[in-house]
Write a protein that binds this ligand. Structure first.
Ligand SMILES: [Zn+2]
Length: 219
């Protein structure tokens, strides 16, 4: 899947997650897109964490359904006196189960978004992940934060920079460095003073020992 289609799919998915009753379709789209993004960025954690988040969300939802079924069936078979107590008990249990699993799910979604933020350089994912987590911690009011988080994530997905030109993965090798030339031309040649015989540099004008003129004087 190309980056372009992954980010579009993820963006649409994230918007759908924010919409009640469409959130399951949305989260599946996000999951598929996260797989594409994980491949693009060569970072498995983007998909893996999103998948764990999804699994916890599903477990939470299934657990809630099971508790509701137990509630309906159970209340029908117990004495009318005990029914309200069992009903309230199961209702509280179902809320706790839902809370724990949605919190676990949010932790993993946040991890996925954090990694994606680092890989894509899109800071919006970090913000979205944090708001999502806070939303999962705070009951009831947190739902509003979760909604905002998914909208921010959608903005992030659509904002991922797509390279306009195909950037070559292998950078061209730099041209071979020329052999290092000395900054000062140091002459290896020597000349000898005709007065004292001392070895002097070829460009020397005066002998370094006796000080007599041995070279041509610059005018
Ligand atoms: Zn000399």
């Amino acid at each position: 899947m190309s980056l372009e289609s992954s980010k579009t799919l993820a963006g649409i998915g994230a918007i759908l997650v924010a919409i009640p009753f469409l959130n399951l379709i949305g989260i599946i789209l996000v999951l598929i897109a996260m797989n594409g993004l994980a491949e693009y960025y060569h970072e498995d954690g983007i998909f893996r964490n999103a998948l764990y988040g999804f699994i916890f969300g599903i477990i939470g939802a299934v657990a809630l359904i099971v508790v509701i079924v137990m509630l309906i069936v159970g209340v029908a078979f117990v004495s009318p006196v005990a029914a309200p107590f069992i009903g309230v008990g199961l209702f509280i249990v179902s809320l706790i189960v839902l809370y724990i699993f949605s919190l676990l799910g949010a932790i993993f979604y946040r991890n996925s978004l954090s990694i994606l933020s680092q890989k894509s350089g899109e800071g919006m994912f970090e913000t979205a992940g944090l708001i999502l987590l806070i939303g999962a911690i705070i009951p009831i009011i947190g739902e509003v934060l979760k909604f905002i988080a998914w909208i921010l994530a959608a903005v992030g997905f659509f904002s991922i920079k797509t390279p306009t030109t195909q950037v070559s993965v292998v950078a061209p090798s730099p041209p071979p460095r020329p052999p290092s030339a000395p900054t000062m031309p140091v002459s290896e040649e020597k000349k000898y003073c005709q007065y004292c015989g001392t070895e002097n540099k070829v460009e020397a004008i005066f002998c370094q020992k006796c000080g007599k003129q041995i070279g041509e004087k610059e005018t």
